[in-house]
Design a protein around this ligand. Structure first.
Ligand code: PLP
Length: 397
């Protein structure tokens, strides 16, 4: 056997790792209910027709060659329209890098800024690739607290900053909790970052999947702070499998000049992101947007159903998320389960309901689990009924 790199051993992704347990369960021939992956297209949210047509048309017109490494100029312009004119971040198309999904953008940003033993501050709990990419490039993770009212714990952030700190990451709305930051919370993080010469990496992939008007874009308070915004088409435009996202670097920030001048080198190494998909993404930004409201209305009902039902179980407490499509209930493990992973596996093996253990989202995710509420109401009801029976059986009823 030839040795692999030590750094590969630092990578994990709970959301997909749990599938290994599901495969074992499937061998029993029993039905699985997938509440583990946040892919709207796998449920009843399909890519809008005008986006599909733009993609097919692009291929039929032979627009399937390599395009510019930074991204197709027309799409970069449309991204500026959304992120700058609509959401307030100061950018021109020169500050935009189009990537094969937010995931690739995150990889490129982390790879461009991290040195061995740097520290990356993440909001606990967080979307796992943030820690995996950071660790892969040699950084250590410092998790900061989010208070019960959804605000970042500023004192905790200050305590965790050291001379090794490199960046503060924000996921807004958050995966897995569905929390959103208000303008005050964002402002205080930007102040700390500017004072300490730290990058702010902010992921707004769920910016349009919010209930009510609770979402506040970071662009509106960024001024000249070193903000790197990540966004993409997977969720709002139901384009998960098509893979398109982007990185925007605040034009007004001089602290970002070096990154701005150098990150495009990485984009050239991987040549370009998928050209026909970029044409489809451009159609997504410029075409009808009415599917978004319909999606949010459907999700609103599903969220309310799941939160209400979960709170009826004595072992579970569940906050109402303000955005995205996840709930992150707390489970009272008592002495029935060793930890949240044990709980999730036991529930999977007893009911076929597949969720994700909270500790996969960082230390502060312990004693929680994540449910994706994208499935239709009848599937959610079936899953919740099974969870109810499972909990009752454990109590000896
Ligand atoms: N960022 C967050 C916060 C996510 O929850 C996800 C997917 O679940 C992604 C990024 C992945 O985005 P993409 O499909 O554009 O790679």
């Amino acid at each position: 056997m030839i040795k692999i790199s030590e750094r590969l051993g630092r990578v994990e992704y709970a959301i997909r790792d749990i599938i290994l347990h599901a495969r074992e369960y499937q061998k029993s021939g029993n039905k699985l209910l997938y509440l583990n992956i946040g892919d709207p297209v796998a449920f009843d949210f399909k890519t809008p027709l005008h986006i599909k047509h733009a993609l097919i048309d692009a291929i039929n017109k032979d627009n399937d060659y390599y395009t510019d490494s930074e991204g197709w100029p027309e799409l970069r312009q449309s991204i500026v329209k959304k992120e700058s004119r609509k959401k307030g971040l100061d950018i021109t198309s020169e500050d935009v890098l189009v990537t094969n999904g937010v995931s690739e953008g995150l990889d490129m940003v982390m790879g461009s800024i991290i040195e061995e033993k740097d520290e990356i501050l993440l909001p606990g709990p967080y979307y796992p690739p943030y820690s995996s990419y950071a660790k892969f490039y040699g950084a250590n993770i410092k998790e900061f607290k989010i208070l019960d009212d959804g605000r970042p714990d500023i004192d905790d952030i200050r305590k965790k900053i050291t001379n090794k700190s490199k960046a503060i990451c924000l996921i807004n709305p958050n995966n897995p909790t569905g929390e959103v930051f208000d303008s005050k919370g964002l402002q205080s993080i930007l102040d700390i970052a500017s004072e300490n010469n730290l990058y702010v990496i902010c992921d707004e992939i769920y910016d349009e999947i919010v209930f009510g008007d609770s979402f506040y874009p970071i662009g509106k308070v960024s001024k000249d702070a070193p903000v790197i915004l990540l966004n993409g088409f997977s969720k709002t435009y139901c384009m998960t499998g098509l893979r398109c996202g982007y990185v925007c670097m605040n034009s007004s920030s001089r602290q970002l000049d070096s990154l701005r001048q150098n990150i495009f080198k990485l984009s050239r190494v991987r040549i370009a992101s998928n050209f026909p998909v970029q044409i489809a993404a451009n159609a997504a930004l410029n075409g009808p947007q009415d599917h978004i409201l319909k999606m949010v209305q459907k999700l609103n009902k599903r969220r309310d159903l799941v939160v209400k039902r979960l709170n009826e179980f004595t072992e579970i407490t569940c906050k109402k998320p303000k955005g995205a499509f996840y709930v992150f209930p707390k489970i009272d493990l008592q002495n029935k389960w060793k930890n949240d992973l044990d709980f999730v596996i036991d529930m999977l093996n007893s009911t076929g309901v597949l969720t994700v253990h909270g500790s996969g989202f960082g230390l502060s995710g312990s004693n929680h689990f994540r449910i994706v509420y994208l499935p239709q109401e009848n599937v959610l009801e079936e899953a919740l009924e099974k969870i109810d029976m499972f909990l009752k059986k454990k109590k000896g009823f």
